[in-house]
Design a protein around this ligand. Structure first.
Ligand SMILES: Cc1ncc(COP(=O)(O)O)c(C=O)c1O
Length: 424
């Protein structure tokens, strides 16, 4: 039977995998990657800040009237902050530690927004002292924490939109519905606090631009309704993060999401300050993980390869987010996908002495031996930042490739992160 429905999807998936393979192959062939591997061995994360800059420009081109604030939590790394500082990005923080990372680099407070809906009082004090003026709230207790805040503080009320199809539906932990939102606006008014507008997060890795567009429309309608009913005026709309990344299957591109959002947002661009907080899409493709095989075993369920990084380390996204990173053997990068006949199905285990540390099952790979390299692309978001030191293992170092990595030019990048190694 001809499976007409899935054929184009399969073709698109194959195209994506081939593109990722070609990119990983080009990366591994660079002098910078070779030098980094020779120096540090594996596991090693290769970070290309130029790709972060490129992704920022892509978002700006797709939605030129939106001010983008990079969600630092996705990859809190000096080289990423530096790259985004260069191109004029704003920054979105959730903690005092993230604020410190930015202020150490001299990022002006005017470029920073604090969007954690529930903050430690001392962190609010520190952020205010540093000059941050935009914060998110979603409950009365949080609102009260701003009672003595300076008059120029802008508060955004976080709304909740259910996103059961997102990898990470953020609406159960944070956010309010329209009724509670109205109450918070009234309470703020009584306290003399300024609610500048609303924020939401449609859910991380939500591959559904229509749902994103609905959330924008619903928020705009709510703002309109509250302005009329409560006689207030809003000036800010924060559309959050959530832009998806194509890991092992294609997902909506930045441009496709923008095509849905643009006609809804653009008419309001003059009246509202429209901001966004993308994290994942900004950094995922900028970092690549290189591991090596440390063990091979034949078990009841077939071949197992044990790698020197796993789900308690850089592959933390597998468990925390149900992401399925692609894994290429070095041989496939060199010889291309044509050798698939000699491949066999395998399970990939991580390095800890723990049976949950399984990176992937049923991965088609060539015959591998101890010491062989494996490469996972798109490992920049929610990987290194969520890694643990379980079993006493060191965190995987991040090698920062200088500007022009893809053209083979290698330069040094200053590093303050203790895991960072610079390639000179
Ligand atoms: C408040 C807030 N803003 C932005 C982000 C970044 O979202 P994403 O990485 O999906 O773009 C997150 C992610 O959890 C978040 O909680």
């Amino acid at each position: 039977m001809i499976d007409t429905e899935t054929r184009p999807e399969r073709r698109a998936a194959r195209t994506l995998i081939e593109r990722r393979r070609a990119e990983a192959s080009a990366l591994l062939a660079t002098d910078a990657a070779r030098a980094a591997l020779a120096l540090h061995g594996t596991p090693l994360l290769l970070l290309d800040p130029e790709r972060v800059r490129r992704q920022y420009r892509r978002l700006r081109d797709a939605l030129p009237f939106v001010r983008f604030h990079y969600a630092v939590k996705a990859l809190a790394h000096d080289a990423v902050i530096g790259a985004l500082d260069d191109v004029g990005s704003g920054f979105d923080i959730a903690t005092g530690e993230e604020l410190d990372l930015l202020t150490r680099r001299g990022i002006a407070a005017a470029r920073i927004i604090h969007t954690h809906p529930v903050k430690k009082p001392s962190e609010i004090v520190a952020a205010l002292a540093a000059g941050v003026r935009t914060f998110v709230v979603d409950n009365e207790v949080e609102l009260a924490k701003f009672s003595d805040a300076p008059a120029d503080v802008s508060l955004l009320v976080r709304l909740a939109y259910r996103s059961p199809h997102a990898k990470s539906d953020l609406s159960s932990k944070f956010g309010v519905g329209p009724f509670e939102a109205a109450r918070l606006v009234e309470q703020a008014k009584r306290r003399g606090l300024r609610i500048a507008g609303f924020s939401f997060h449609v859910g991380s890795q939500l591959d559904d631009p229509a749902r994103f567009a609905d959330a924008v429309s619903e928020t705009l309608a709510l703002m309109d309704d509250l302005e009329r009913r409560l006689r207030v005026r809003f000036d800010t709309l924060d559309i959050g993060g959530g832009f998806p990344v194509a890991y092992d299957t294609p997902s909506a591109t930045v441009e496709e999401v923008a095509t849905r959002l643009r006609p809804i947002l653009e008419p309001h661009a003059g009246r509202l300050d429209i901001i966004a907080e993308p994290g994942r899409v900004m950094v995922a493709e900028a970092m690549t993980l290189v591991t090596s095989v440390v063990g091979v075993a034949e078990r009841g369920d077939g071949r197992w390869y044990y790698l020197d990084d796993g789900v308690y380390g850089s592959y933390s996204n597998v468990v925390a987010e149900d992401v399925h990173p692609l894994v290429f053997a070095e041989e496939e990068l060199r010889d291309g996908p044509s050798n698939a006949a000699s491949h066999r199905w395998a399970t990939l285990g991580g390095p800890t002495c723990d049976s949950s540390d399984v990176i992937a099952r049923e991965v088609l790979l060539p015959e591998l031996a101890v010491g062989d390299l494996l490469v996972s692309p798109a490992m920049g978001a929610y990987t290194a930042v969520t890694a643990t030191r379980f079993n006493g293992r060191a965190l995987t170092p991040i090698a920062v490739m200088g500007r022009g990595l893809t053209t083979g030019e290698v330069t040094a990048v200053a590093a303050s992160d203790r895991r960072t190694v610079s390639i000179v």
